[in-house]
Design a protein around this ligand. Sequence first.
Ligand code: TYD
Length: 136
Amino acid sequence: MQVVKYVFQPHGDERGQLVALEEFRDIPFKIKRVYYMYDTKQGVTRGFHAHKSLEQILICIHGGCKVLLDNGYEKKVVPLEKPYEGLYVSNNMWREMFDFTSDAVLMVLASEVYDENDYIRDYEEFKKNVEDTNEH
Ligand code: TYD
C-alpha cells in the first residue's frame, strides 16, 4: 500500500513559519470542509470508519498522533507530528487515529461537506465493499 504524504512549503523567516494551502495546488481536491480535533483524551482512538467517496488530507498542526490506514488488504501506521506534513486519505480507506499527545491539534481538509451517508462504520461492510469494487 502506497502511503501518500505531502510535505508543504513553509514560508519561514526570522519571525517564524507560515504554511499556506490552496486547493488544486497544494491539496489535490476542492476543499469543501475543514475540521479539527483537539483536547483528545489520553488513550483515545478515533475514526473507525471509511468513506465511500470522501477524500481527506490530515495535518497534525500541533503535537502529534498516529494514523492507522487500512485498504482492506494491508495496514500501515503513519506518525503525524510535523505541522508542514499532510497525509492523504483516499476514499475506501479505513482509518483510526490514536496516540494523540495532549497538545495535539489534528486538522482535516475534506473534499465534501459532512454527509453521514458517505460513512462506512462497519468493518465487515468495508471489507465487502473493497472486495466488490475490486471484482468489477
Ligand atoms: P465522529 O464521526 O465521531 O468523529 P471521528 O471519526 O473522529 O471519531 O464525529 C464526532 C461528532 O462530530 C459527531 O457527532 C458528528 C460530528 N461531526 C460533524 O458535525 N461534522 C463533521 O464534519 C464531522 C467530521 C463530525
